[in-house]
Design a protein around this ligand. Structure first.
Ligand code: ADP
Ligand code: F6P
Length: 324
């Protein structure tokens, strides 16, 4: 098929996520394999506006499939939230001859992509965020690595928590979403998991649970809190004051965003990056690549942004049963 686009750009935007490099590599090499020129845009929409744009050849993405972060750097760009910034972005695409753009990022980045599509630039989004908070897809690039990293860190906290017979309160990332917390909570065997989707913590109920656990012979407790709930330090302090059981708070923070991507993240990044280019070749625009019910699909960005993601109630139920 004769490609409808001749030159494509690729950028990473929002928080970095492990596997973004594998996605960049897939875009660059699929593009080149299909006879398309590929331009790398640095620092997200900031670099698009300021013209930090350079051609990428097949070798420029060598040895990055296993590296965390993003070789193109990423940014949150306030200027791009304005109509002027978006027009400038579209103008820069025209100046550099970019007639198709792959945006690797989260929901916010896709809103920017949608604006560019409206200004005549063919755009495709690839879901890249550790938060898993994109409704149209079952996986986002980076989530699996972040969960594994947090799980490994919590394993270590469990060792010391068990030795001292303490209550450990661990806060994980996820912005307003509780997926990292829920997955880590279940896979680390947490006694309690608190996620924003389920509302604020009932502290009295929690304290009753901790005391009951003690009576049941549990000599330490692990509590996983999503950052969207927060208040982790204060919670640990209150548990210690009220129960008399020593409590410690740990906020895992940005270590969850780094590290070599897992096989799952490399696989989705490679497949989704390649698919984004194939969609551009077919002349499609304003689409998001997704992995849904075991297949790769694509959705209209506007529709994707309107979808709502629900929390798996059965997962919550199982995590409670297994914590007895
Ligand atoms: P993520 O893409 O991970 O959700 P952000 O929400 O921080 O991260 O968004 C990344 C960037 O996308 C923002 O800094 C901004 O440049 C762009 N963006 C976000 N929302 C919009 C919007 N409504 N219109 C245009 N651009 C947006
Ligand atoms: O969206 C990814 C994420 O790591 C969220 O989990 C977190 O809330 C946020 O980014 C942190 O952003 P920053 O790196 O700007 O502190």
């Amino acid at each position: 098929m004769e490609s409808k686009v001749k030159t494509i750009g690729v950028l990473t935007s929002g928080g970095d996520a492990p596997g973004m490099n594998a996605a960049i590599r897939a875009v660059v090499r699929t593009g080149i394999a299909r006879g398309i020129k590929v331009m790398g845009i640095r620092k997200g929409y900031n670099g698009l506006i300021s013209g930090e744009i350079q051609e990428l050849d097949a070798r420029s993405v060598s040895d990055i499939i296993h590296r965390g972060g993003t070789i193109l750097n990423t940014a949150r760009c306030m200027e791009f939230m304005t109509e002027e910034g978006q027009k400038r972005g579209a103008q820069m695409c025209k100046i550099y001859g970019i007639d198709g753009l792959v945006v690797i990022g989260g929901d916010g980045s896709f809103k920017g992509a949608e604006k560019l599509a409206g200004l005549g630039i063919n755009t495709i989004g690839v879901p890249g965020t550790i938060d898993l908070d994109i409704a149209c897809t079952d996986y986002t690039v980076g989530f699996d690595t972040a969960v594994n990293t947090a799980m490994e860190a919590i394993n270590k906290i469990r060792d010391t928590s068990a030795s001292h017979e303490r209550c450990s309160v661990v806060e994980v990332m996820g912005r307003n979403a509780g997926y990292i917390a829920l997955w880590c909570g279940l896979t680390n065997g947490a006694e309690e998991i608190f996620i924003p989707e389920k509302g604020p913590i009932d502290e009295n109920k929690l304290i009753r649970h901790i005391l009951r656990n003690h009576q049941r012979g549990k000599n330490h407790n692990l509590i996983v809190v999503a950052e969207g709930i927060g208040g982790t330090q204060a919670l640990a302090k209150k548990i210690e004051e009220v129960t008399g059981i020593e409590a410690r708070a740990t906020i895992l923070g940005h270590l969850q965003r780094g590290g070599s991507p897992t096989a799952i993240d490399r696989l989705h990044a490679s497949m989704m990056g390649a698919m984004a280019v194939e969609l551009l070749i077919k002349g499609k625009s304003n689409r998001v690549v997704a992995y849904k019910h075991g297949t790769y699909e694509d959705y209209d960005i506007n529709e994707a942004l309107k979808m709502e993601k629900s929390i798996d109630e059965w997962m919550i139920e199982v995590s409670k049963m297994l914590a007895i």
